[in-house]
Every structure is written in C-alpha cells, then in structure tokens.
Design a binder for this molecule. Structure first.
Ligand code: 0O2
Length: 204
C-alpha cells in the first residue's frame, strides 16, 4: 500500500543519514588524531577547531530539485556529496594544505573532488579549500564507501564566510552591487592580513 511505500522510503532515508553520520565521525576522529599528534610533537596546532553538520532535509530536497534528480535514495547517494559535512578551521593559510595532505595520504581515504577557492577565489570573495573524500564505513554485513565534504579554511576566511552568509539574506537586490564590491575588498584585506601573520609565524 501507499503507507508501506512511505515507511520504506523513510527507513531508507534514516539508514542513509545514519551511515553518512558514521562516515563524518570517522573523518572527525582522523582529524582530531592528527591534531593531537601535532600537539605532542610540535609546538604548533594546525587546527583551530572543527565544525560538523548533516545536511538538513530542506536543503537536501532543494538540491535534488536544482539538480533535477530522481527522488530516491540511490540518486541522492550517487549525485550529492555534501550530506555529511565537516568544516576545519586552521590557524594559518599553510595549515590548510598540511591538513589536506595528512588526511588524503591515508590509505583508506580517497579524494573524489577538490576545489581550491584559495587559488581561485569565488567572485563573491569566498575562499576555502573544498574536498570530498570517501571513507569506508564498516557495517554489520558490509563495508560501504561514503563521501564526506570537508571545507578547510583559516580563521579569517571563516569569519568572512559567516558574516557574508548572514548579510546575504539582508542585502536588497538593488544595492547588491554596492555591497558586493565592499565584501570582495574585505575578503582581500583579510587575506592580506593572514598572509602577514603567516610570514611572522615563519620568521619565528
Ligand atoms: P550548506 O548549508 O553549507 O550545505 P556542489 O555541492 O558541488 O553540487 P557547488 O556549487 O560545486 O555545488 O558547491 P561549492 O560552491 O563548491 O560549495 C558550496 C558550499 O560552499 C556552500 O554550501 C557554502 O557552504 C560554501 N560557499 C560557496 N560559495 C560561498 C560564498 O560565496 N559565500 C559563503 N559564505 N559560502 C559559500 P551550501 O550548499 O550553499 O549550503
């Protein structure tokens, strides 16, 4: 019946979220372990802090529509890679690439997507390194390889992105251009400051 169909869909969705959350935990543990090792061996922590989120259902449905996907779990799994997300905030710009290298060189990690919005900032001024990595999740009956989106950025890049994200919803369409220039200017200024701090850090 129709109810069986709904029950089946809901179960599949719950199972999907559960396994993606497990994958997020696996990656979070790897990152925390790397940071702890740095703490013991060097005087410097690359990671300032880590945030995580599971994509909320509204936003997932929005993406299914935008991408014109068939509304089923398989289509979602094969085409949407940010169901599980982690955001790694680093202290310095160099740390971004250190974190990337240390994670991606691990035997059970496969990088399936990489976008460097630091080399090539977005027109908005947005900077961040975006990775999608697959990690094996060991389930009762099988091993499933699950993608997790990781955004790696400095404190300054993160500050800019969260303020810009908040402002985006408040800016009138007719004044958008005026603010756009301002925001790009601020992104570049913050980047210059962080390069400066990086130089001092190297010097010391
Ligand atoms: P949420 O709530 O974080 O999920 P794809 O995911 O590959 O299909 P695309 O366009 O390749 O889509 O993704 P992109 O641009 O590499 O990354 C999208 C995410 O990056 C966004 O998530 C934001 O978190 C962040 N982002 C990208 N551009 C900007 C920007 O100009 N300003 C800010 N503040 N953040 C940005 P979602 O999906 O929008 O939301």
């Amino acid at each position: 019946s129709e109810y069986d169909w709904i029950a089946n869909q809901l179960t599949q969705i719950a199972q999907m979220y559960q396994v993606y959350e497990s994958a997020q935990h696996e990656i979070l543990t790897k990152l925390e372990n790397l940071d702890a090792e740095f703490e013991v061996n060097y005087n410097h922590n690359p990671i300032h802090h880590i945030d995580g989120r599971m994509k909320d259902p509204q936003s997932l449905v929005g993406k299914i529509k935008k991408k014109n996907l068939a509304p089923n779990v398989d289509a979602v799994k094969n085409n949407i890679f940010d169901i599980a997300g982690l955001r790694v905030i680093t202290n310095y710009i160099d740390d971004i690439y250190t974190v990337e290298k240390l994670l991606s060189q691990q035997d059970d990690i496969e990088v399936i997507k990489r976008k460097d919005y630091i080399e090539n900032p977005k027109d908005s001024g947005y900077r961040s390194l975006h990775l999608v990595v697959k990690v094996p999740v060991f389930k009762a009956r099988e091993v499933e390889s699950i993608p997790v989106e990781i955004q790696i950025r400095t404190i300054g890049m993160d500050m800019w992105a969260s303020l810009e994200h908040e402002l985006r919803y408040k800016i009138d369409v007719d004044r958008a251009e005026e603010f756009a220039d301002n925001l790009v200017h601020n992104a570049n200024a913050l980047f210059a400051i962080e390069q400066n701090f990086q130089d001092i850090h190297h010097e010391l």
